[in-house]
Design a binder for this molecule. Structure first.
Ligand SMILES: N[C@@H](CCC(=O)N[C@@H](CS)C(=O)NCC(=O)O)C(=O)O
Length: 232
């Protein structure tokens, strides 16, 4: 059984998509990050970066003690290796998936995240910051669009590379992007969105978080964290 410590954000959706696709038993432990639950000692023990998602696998392949993991890319890779699904075994296919997984982790996720922050959440509308991240998101969308020009999925067959990027393209409007400008990306987006497992993952999110708007109280928990947040 996989215990998924989760909230209804793009990085959380990556893992519910995987678990629904792989159809392995899992249980969700909600971590309401707007209410500060990411600072609970029991969560910090498995996720020292006070971020969701995190997992505990109580039946790891080596038969040993439970394995806990944080960082969505590491979790996707672990689950793909555990189940033998959504990453190829051959050296080249595996390397291809990994490079696009890391591209998402180091590029699309953080840049689109800053885009959301400055466009939606920052108390001041800072044109330079908004422009920088809207433009960088736009460039990254073009990279994905070009990559998808001659293939159905990001790296060979549908893989954890697709599961990592898809949730960050879902809020494209909030990121100031128009999918019509990226026809290959749009086709891929619609293909992934129509997968029953992806539909189930997003339906589940709506049940877990019935009030997805960020309140002022949540803002003060989420934004402006310093070393004091880690020292708690
Ligand atoms: N690189 C991390 C990022 C995780 C992350 O930023 N999680 C956000 C939600 S998407 C979070 O838990 N935020 C809580 C906080 O900022 O305190 C991953 O991919 O797992």
């Amino acid at each position: 059984m996989i215990h998924l410590h989760y909230w209804t954000t793009p990085n959380g959706h990556k893992i519910t998509i995987f678990l629904e696709e792989a159809a392995i038993p899992y249980r969700i432990v909600p971590v309401n990050i707007g209410a500060g639950e990411q600072f609970k000692p029991e969560f910090l023990r498995i996720s020292p970066n006070n971020r969701i998602p995190a997992i505990i696998d109580d039946a790891p392949a080596d038969g040993g003690a439970p394995v806990s993991l944080f960082e969505s890319g590491a979790i996707l890779l672990y689950l793909a290796d555990k189940t033998g699904q959504f990453i190829p075994n051959d050296l080249r296919g595996r390397a291809d998936v990994l490079q696009w997984l890391f591209w998402q982790m180091g590029g699309l996720g953080p840049m689109a995240g800053q885009n959301h922050h400055f466009s939606q959440y920052a108390p001041e509308k800072l044109p330079y910051a908004i422009d920088r991240y809207v433009k960088e998101t736009n460039r990254l969308y073009a990279v994905l669009d070009k990559r998808l020009a001659d293939r159905e999925f990001v790296a060979g067959a549908y893989s954890i590379a697709d599961m990592a990027s898809y949730p960050w393209v879902v809020p494209h409007e909030r990121q100031g992007q128009r999918l019509d400008d990226f026809p290959n990306l749009k086709r891929w987006f619609e293909t992934v969105r129509a997968r029953p497992a992806v539909e189930r993952a997003y339906a589940l999110a709506k049940k877990i978080n019935t009030q997805p708007t960020i309140t002022n109280a949540a803002r003060s928990i989420l934004f402006g964290q310093t070393s004091a947040a880690v020292a708690r």
